[in-house]
Design a protein around this ligand. Structure first.
Ligand SMILES: *Cc1c(COP(=O)(O)O)cnc(C)c1O
Length: 337
């Protein structure tokens, strides 16, 4: 049995999800005529108390569209130096939006209100105009760390005072919400736009949704077309998402509890120096006396797949296709390394 913990994007649709996909009524979504896509966009917007949604092929696209909406020539985005929008989206902030970036530091991938305030450029001929702050929840590179609403509020106030837009890369927002117990509406009220991935913990094959107000989503639809993301009978994919929103949110807690167990197993391992606090479904282990490449090979020899995460770390992600039997087997196999 292969135990694949490289990512929560590796899951396959469940039989029930596939049934829902086969049964979906569809139409041409570029014409706005796919009833299932429209239903998904409306369902997620309603959940978050936001006006509208836009279904896109990837979370990179929803983030990049949001950045395009909130920036322009000679503008600047504030985000954490380890954020996905900066590190893992192919340099898109520059190539798609021609915007500059101010990178902040902060423990577990989170930025502080004071640092945001200090990073806003002065209204000065020399400086790029700061127009956008982008946050990530959960924070992938922070080890699946969580922002609480109380941490967001002062950042939102600063944005309001300085006329900045606030975007959330919520690729794993539901992982955060099932842990904190906070409501989606509370989050919807804080942000101009939110990107939500359906292909991560929720277990869909494809897709992300961008949420925002009607005017922004209307513009976003046009940007999506220019990015090549207008899909036709995309309702088959949207049906998977509707199914996941109805059936796969609460179960994220299981992924988190398995991740905590997995973290404890690794903590006791002689090749592991430290495990970052496990808050959700991501476990980051700092290695001791072994190079990540060598560690990955050792794990691979035991049919465990994972990825390198920085110069002395490896990352394990739990998901829908990782069950208790695999967890027990994982524990056994790592003792044989
Ligand atoms: C996965 C991910 C995205 C989007 O990735 P896609 O593969 O383009 O869907 C965005 N932000 C974070 C934090 C992610 O983990």
């Amino acid at each position: 049995m292969v135990i694949d913990l490289r990512s929560d994007t590796l899951t396959k649709p469940t039989p029930d999800m596939l049934q829902a996909m086969w049964a979906a009524p569809v139409g041409d979504d570029v014409f706005g005529e796919d009833p299932t896509v429209n239903a998904l966009e409306e369902k997620l917007a309603d959940m978050f108390g936001m006006e509208a949604g836009l279904f896109c092929p990837s979370g990179t696209m929803t983030n990049q569209i949001a950045i395009r909406l909130h920036t322009g020539l000679q503008t600047e985005v504030i985000c954490h130096k380890n954020s996905h929008i900066y590190l893992y989206e192919g340099g898109g902030i520059m190539s798609n939006s021609h915007a500059s970036v101010k990178l902040l530091d902060g423990a577990f991938g989170k930025i502080s209100p004071q640092d945001v305030l200090d990073s806003i450029n002065p209204d000065d001929v020399h400086a790029a105009e700061t127009t956008l702050v982008s946050l990530e929840n959960t924070m992938n590179k922070g080890g699946g760390s969580i922002y609480t609403l109380d941490e967001i509020k002062p950042i939102k106030e600063i944005c309001d005072q300085h006329g900045l837009k606030l975007h959330l890369d919520g690729a794993r927002l539901f992982n955060a919400l099932v842990e904190s117990g906070e409501s989606p509406q509370g989050w919807g009220a804080m942000f101009d736009t939110i990107s939500i991935c359906l292909s991560k913990g929720l277990g869909c094959p494809v897709g992300s949704v961008l949420l925002g107000n009607k005017a922004d989503i209307k513009k976003a639809r046009k940007v999506r077309k220019a990015f090549g993301g207008g899909m036709r009978q995309a309702g088959f994919l949207a049906a998977a998402a509707i199914y996941a929103l109805d059936h796969h949110i609460d179960r994220l807690k299981e992924d988190h509890s398995r991740a905590r167990s997995l973290g404890r197993m690794l903590m006791d391992h002689p090749l592991v120096a430290e495990v970052l606090p496990v808050n959700t479904n991501i476990v980051i282990a700092k290695l001791s006396g072994i190079d990540p490449t060598e560690m990955l090979q050792k794990l691979e020899n035991k049919n465990i797949k994972t990825v390198r995460f920085g110069k002395d770390q490896v990352r394990f992600v739990t998901h829908l296709d990782f069950d208790d039997a695999m967890l027990a087997e994982f524990g056994k196999r790592i003792m044989e390394l």
